[in-house]
Design a protein around this ligand. Structure first.
Ligand SMILES: [Zn+2]
Length: 101
């Protein structure tokens, strides 16, 4: 079993499982539509700069929520560019199909 430490919560976690605090956060994360742009950017930066502490699909899903659009995996190669792009105005959330029930 490989252990890592969560950069956000500073606790050790099993790499295969992920940080339980991060996982708990992602079970009921704040609605990006109710967050200010600054809050979204701050959280986005946190996920992009911290060592991955949750399974990739959960991480990507949350990043997409914060971006309000689909993420191309290669965009993760350049977090700075991704953060700059994220500062642009968001599209109307109503047009983002994955927010629809
Ligand atoms: Zn954590």
């Amino acid at each position: 079993m490989r252990e890592a430490e969560c950069d956000i919560h500073l606790v050790p976690f099993e790499e295969a499982k992920g940080c339980r605090y991060c996982l708990r956060f992602l079970e009921a994360p704040p609605d990006p539509n109710l967050m200010t742009p600054a809050m979204r950017l701050e959280e986005l930066e946190q996920w992009l700069t911290a060592r991955p502490s949750v399974p990739e699909h959960l991480l990507y899903a949350r990043i997409e929520q914060l971006l309000g659009r689909r993420l191309s995996i290669h965009e993760l190669d350049d977090p700075d560019l991704l953060l700059r792009r994220a500062q642009r105005p968001r599209r109307d959330p109503a047009s983002d199909y994955w927010f629809d029930p």
